[in-house]
Design a protein around this ligand. Structure first.
Ligand code: MGD
Ligand code: MGD
Ligand code: MO
Length: 763
């Protein structure tokens, strides 16, 4: 077992309080909670000014999730949600970390704080440097910082010994410039947060539908018969999606929810923009709730497919869309043959749901012509995650429920520009067609060998095959699996560099030398030598739009992400024909280059200035499916979960509370699950607890089991909860230490953060 170090949040309980789980989401409490965060972090006057600009057509894009803004008129002062307001408060906080702070607190002292306390320290105001063997970060000039990095990079035996990570908040302009620099430097080592997030969606959708993005727009929710929400907790992670679900319901659509937990937001909703309704009983959203066992989705979808098939046999032409299947798809025979090989009776126990309940859902699906299926991490972070998503596609294809209004795929993205970053080329394996264009426009030879994704990057650093880690945003040590192993990997590097707005654990678990380069946030003015700049982002539905902050930057000594890339590229690249200084001076010039390189960005500078932005092309929306294998939409054959639990073992999923943004902890409450002031908890089925003689709030230690290896996380409070037997839930990132690095999804290589096999021991 790997030794436990301060790479993990400290094992310290904070004083749990349990309360009744609320019946509905949003409403007055959400507004109060949002305003409270704004008041404490930003101050009320500046805060209201900020919220007024959030997600308005002239304002800045919410740094929270990637859910789109309405195309039509937007409500003044209300195009945000509780958690969007918290995200903004977190960034625009009045608290600051100056070089004085770093000379007062050693790195070791800071690493002993909880993630919550680290995050509350505030915005970083100056670049700082930790020399080899030093105990404290100290101020460094930007020039010296760039030279220090370029010296390390140019001293490597090969460019492939450097890793360039990206989190999903980076704007299109900065991301494009960044990948250009990295490729001119000579490597495709561009892992990103997507590797741990929707990689499985991209892989499954590209293979089956020919495009790695979803097909629906916000308008489709107003024209659909049925929305299925799988493996997603929108009440917390995409609260504005509840408005779309509510609109769909009002137009007569049904909603099926598939989740091991009855997440409050999906059950009942009180419109935040309509205070008159806050006091009433709210609107019921879910019509059929299928409380699936963790990773039971393929089995469940197979039963549904078999029930559809049976109904089609009983009443021919009533269920399937033969015209669509004949003209647009390939591979139906293999799917039907595969379904034959399964029996419903064998599949039912894997789901944990009664056949009667599954039949109820199948009945709704059979009788719907236009279906939207939404999903997030509950489907993408399993061994057979790609199978999960391909099985969804099978249902949509049989119903001809894609490529028409009111129907299609809706992978709900996480970070606000994670989709845009991919479009810009942040990927370790961009296709040759992209690299060809990059070469033609920038006159250099782009590396063709695929780079490392997140998991491979960790392995390479651990094996000393990679020696410099550069993070454009994010919090690598806390977001990745196998915390202690990853810490060893980072500690082995010659240099670790982080471009960040705020302090996080990745600054404290560092290489021999380390740098923190502080950058502007979304809400701040971005002034370059030719004047004020704006950036652009792409949301979950492929709309590219402008984002411009108006706040004074938190310090005069921070730079925009684009300027940081420009400075670094200028210092590092000796023979580049690209004038980075010129591009950074005027982001219009970067956008011209994007237009020349990437399809769909015609007249970028003109169209991005139109309020609301523009849609990128999406073949699926036009009923076209350009898959590389058949040129048609592909049916697929998928495998149910193969996990076998021993007696006394459980599956654990790691999920988000209502008070965090990934590794940024806003507060210690999970209001919608009735848990206040504590994060070290494990949700368990009450019967399972009884069998183990566990009482409510007993202290337990957790051990994960994988390929004969064990990992341990100690000190969690057991909470009886409405969750299927043998299923448990803990919070990310406290439980990441239990997620084995080598336990990843087939094809996408995404860590299986939602299927971790554990045993539980009472203290
Ligand atoms: N406020 C806030 N907003 C966020 C984030 C945040 O941390 N805070 N994070 C952003 C990011 S990067 C992302 S990717 C998204 C994440 O958004 P979500 O995917 O909603 O986030 P998770 O908390 O991981 O929730 C996963 C959900 O899947 C369910 N689930 C787990 N395992 C299974 C399974 O096997 N089958 C099924 N059917 N369901 C399962 C869980 O019960 C839970 O409801 O949110 C984005 N938005
Ligand atoms: N166990 C488990 N692990 C998971 C997941 C899970 O569900 N379970 N989810 C995975 C998912 S879906 C994701 S997306 C990843 C997230 O992985 P990351 O994207 O790496 O993590 P975040 O916590 O979102 O990063 C937060 C940090 O970003 C910096 N930051 C914030 N805004 C900006 C900005 O505008 N610019 C720059 N340069 N920096 C900024 C701040 O310093 C902050 O500390 O985690 C993954 N890890
Ligand atoms: Mo994500």
């Amino acid at each position: 077992m790997i030794k436990k170090t301060n790479a993990q949040p400290p094992e310290k309980l904070t004083g749990i309080k349990l309360q009744k789980i609320p019946k509905s989401a949003v409403g007055a409490k959400a507004i109060a909670s949002a305003l409270n965060h704004i008041k404490n972090e930003v101050g009320i006057i500046k805060g209201i000014g900020l919220l007024k600009n959030l997600n308005q057509k002239d304002g800045f894009d919410c740094p929270g999730c990637a859910w789109p803004d309405p195309d039509e008129k937007r409500a003044f002062l209300a195009e945000y949600c509780e958690n969007g307001a918290k995200a903004v408060a977190e960034e625009a906080t009045k608290n600051k970390i100056s070089p004085m702070f770093f000379s007062t607190y050693s790195v070791k002292d800071l690493a002993e704080l909880s993630d919550f306390d680290i995050g509350k320290k505030g915005r970083i105001t100056h670049p700082v440097y930790l020399p080899e063997g030093a105990t404290h970060y100290k101020e460094i000039s930007w020039k010296d910082a760039f030279h220090l990095i370029s010296d390390e990079l140019n001293a490597l035996d090969s460019p492939d010994e450097a890793i360039f990570y990206t989190s999903g908040r980076t704007s299109n302009e900065a991301a494009f410039l960044y990948q250009l620099f990295v490729r001119q430097f000579g490597t495709n080592n561009l892992p990103d947060c997507s590797n741990m997030c929707h990689e499985s969606s991209g892989a499954a959708l590209t293979e089956t539908l020919g495009i790695g993005k979803g097909s629906v727009t916000l308008d489709d929710f107003k024209h659909t018969d049925l929305v299925i929400v799988m493996g997603q907790n929108p009440g917390t992670n995409h609260p504005r999606m509840l408005t779309a679900l509510s609109d769909a319901k009002k137009k007569g659509s049904k909603i099926i929810t598939i989740n091991p937990l009855p997440e409050v937001g999906l059950m009942n909703f009180k419109d935040p923009q309509n205070p008159l309704k806050w006091l009433g009983s709210g609107q019921d959203l879910t019509d059929v709730f299928l409380q699936v066992k963790i990773n039971g989705d393929v089995a469940l979808l197979k039963i549904i497919l078999k029930l559809m098939l049976k109904q089609e046999e009983d009443t021919p032409y009533a269920v399937f869309d033969y015209d669509f299947i004949a003209k647009k798809t390939a591979g139906i025979d293999a799917l039907l043959n595969d379904l034959e090989s399964y029996s419903i009776d064998d599949l039912v126990p894997q789901t944990g749901i009664s056949l009667e309940k599954i039949k109820e859902a199948a009945h709704v699906i059979i009788n719907s012509k236009k279906i939207i299926i939404c999903w997030a991490m509950g489907l993408t972070q399993h061994k057979n995650a790609v199978d999960n998503i391909r099985e969804i596609v099978n249902i949509l294809l049989l119903k001809g429920s894609i490529g028409k209004k009111g129907a299609g795929t809706c992978p709900v993205r996480g970070h606000s520009n994670v989709q845009g970053d991919r479009t810009m080329g942040i990927w370790e394996k961009m296709p040759d067609s992209f690299l060809d264009k990059l070469e033609a426009n920038f006159h250099f030879k782009a590396p063709r060998k695929h780079g490392f994704d997140v998991v491979n990057a960790i392995e390479a650093m651990h094996a000393k095959k990679a020696k410099v880690f550069f993070g454009m945003g994010g919090n690598f040590i806390s977001a990745t699996p196998d915390t202690e192993f990853t810490a060893e990997a980072l500690r082995g590097c010659n240099l670790t560099v982080h471009v960040s707005t705020k302090l996080n654990r990745s600054h404290l678990i560092h290489g021999k030398k380390a740098l923190i380069l502080p950058c502007l946030g979304r809400s701040e003015t971005d002034l370059q030598s030719t004047g004020e700049q704006f950036v652009s982002v792409e949301n979950s539905m492929g709309i590219v739009h402008k984002s411009q902050g108006h706040l004074e930057p938190c310090s005069e000594d921070i730079l925009s992400e684009a300027a940081i890339v420009g400075g670094l590229a200028t210092a590092t690249l000796k023979n580049s024909a690209t004038n980075y200084t010129e591009l950074v001076a005027n982001y219009d010039l970067i956008r011209d280059k994007i237009e020349a390189t990437i399809d769909g960005f015609d007249a970028y500078n003109k169209r991005v200035r139109i309020k609301g932005g523009f849609y990128l092309p999406n073949n699926n929306r036009e009923n076209k499916f350009d898959t590389s294998s058949t040129g048609k939409a592909n049916f697929s054959v998928n495998t149910p979960s193969e996990i076998e639990l021993e007696k006394n073992q459980f599956i654990m999923m790691t999920i988000r509370t209502h008070d965090q943004y990934n590794t940024t902890i806003y507060g210690l409450d999970d209001r919608y699950r009735g848990v206040l002031n504590e994060r070290r908890v494990i949700f368990m089925n009450a019967e399972d607890m009884k069998k183990m003689h566990l009482e409510k709030l007993d202290l337990v230690d957790l051990t994960s089991h994988f390929n004969g290896e064990e990992r341990e996380a100690t000190g969690f409070l057991a909470i009886p909860y409405n969750i299927p037997t043998q299923c448990t839930a803990t919070y990310f990132p406290e439980a990441n230490v239990l997620v084995p690095l080598k336990s990843t999804a087939t094809i996408s290589n995404t860590p299986t953060s939602k299927t971790v096999v554990i045993s539980i021991k009472k203290r």
